[in-house]
Design a protein around this ligand. Structure first.
Ligand code: SF4
Length: 337
């Protein structure tokens, strides 16, 4: 998931994409914080780091009970002025509130018996791996978890920014387990960031795996040259005309960015943006809008792309991709909602 494209002042693109190691950015709360006491079961109150625990199939307010975390945390939290990925990482935001050290990834423990028992209760035929952390920080564990998911006759779907690329052996095993790899990218990613991800995609396709680019889209400011260049770059990513090999092409899934405005610190990405509308996302509890989700989005910008089979208005993940071209959620839709 993330990558910093902005310089220290938050202006312009930069070619380097290595997460900074700044400890000040981590904002770990004092041990006595009420948040710390409430979350002591999964966050160590002394270090602020996630505890390594036996992984279980879980749900959250946006996803049904088919999510699995092989790793909690992600070093990408240190990029983009501490906002995580250019679109602003919700997990970073949540962990800042909880006083958790999200920037330190902590692999979870796999207990085959426990996981198989959990998986038997999953109604969906797929399991999403990677929400509150990037699975790339523990490929051995992630690959083993995918094998167990496969054993339960479900499809593992791994969502990652590939900060750490999997080895050839790991890719082969993932392909054998039928894992679908999703690589999150966006036009604000530099070439030096995209290059290694494209190689992962090509290798995976070569081993017979299924790969999906999740292109996070923005409505860039088309009154500036930088904004126009970013539009071109985004069009190129959305064309899917990269990262394939010969006749093998990955799918391209548009995931319109949902940005938080941020009262204290502004995400530098906003410097490049044009049109946005405010909307409230539904939760899994009642599939209705809640007053607690504050998202800004430009909606679907590439309705002709179609890699999703779920209706936007019914889907709790709210990536806002159209269903077979019929159910696209555009900026106008959000203004009406
Ligand atoms: S968890 Fe994902 S979205 Fe968040 S900072 Fe890491 S890679 Fe980016």
């Amino acid at each position: 998931m993330p990558q910093c494209l902005h310089d220290q002042e938050g202006r312009g693109l930069r070619t380097e994409s290595t997460p900074s190691d700044s400890l000040e950015d981590r904002q770990v709360q004092p041990e006595t914080s009420p948040f710390r006491q409430a979350t002591a079961k999964w966050i160590d109150p002394v270090t602020g780091q996630f505890r390594p625990r036996v992984m279980r199939v879980r749900s959250n307010s946006k996803n049904q009970r088919n999510i699995l975390e092989t790793v909690y945390g992600c070093t990408g939290a240190l990029t983009n002025d501490g906002h995580g990925c250019p679109w602003g990482c919700y997990a970073v935001f949540t962990c800042k509130k909880l006083g958790a050290d999200f920037a330190t990834p902590v692999p979870q423990t796999l207990d085959r018996r426990v996981l198989l028992r959990d998986l038997r209760r999953v109604r969906q035929d797929w399991v999403r791996i990677g929400i509150m952390g990037d699975p790339c920080f523990a490929w051995t564990t992630t690959v083993e978890a995918c094998e167990v998911v496969r054993e339960s006759e479900k499809t593992p779907v791994v969502i990652s920014r590939f900060w750490v690329p999997p080895s050839d052996d790991e890719l082969r095993t993932l392909a054998k387990a039928g894992a679908v790899l999703h690589g999150s990218i966006c036009a604000l990613d530099s070439d030096s960031f995209l290059g290694p991800r494209v190689r992962v995609c090509q290798d995976y396709l070569r081993w017979g795996g299924r790969f999906v680019w999740r292109v996070v889209t923005f409505h860039f400011d088309d009154t500036t040259q930088t904004g126009l260049d970013l539009w071109d770059r985004q069009d190129h990513l959305m064309s899917g005309d990269f990262g394939g090999i010969d006749d093998l092409r990955p799918l391209v899934l548009e995931t319109p960015a949902r940005l938080m405005k941020g009262r204290k610190q502004r995400n530098p990405t906003w410097d490049h943006l044009g049109e946005w509308a405010y909307f409230k996302a539904p939760t899994t509890r009642d599939h209705r809008f809640t007053p607690h989700n504050h998202n800004w989005t430009a909606g679907v910008l590439y309705p002709e792309r179609d890699a999703c089979w779920v209706g936007c208005r019914k889907c709790t993940v709210q990536c806002l991709v159209p269903q077979n071209g019929e159910d696209s959620a555009t900026l106008e839709d959000f203004l009406e909602w």
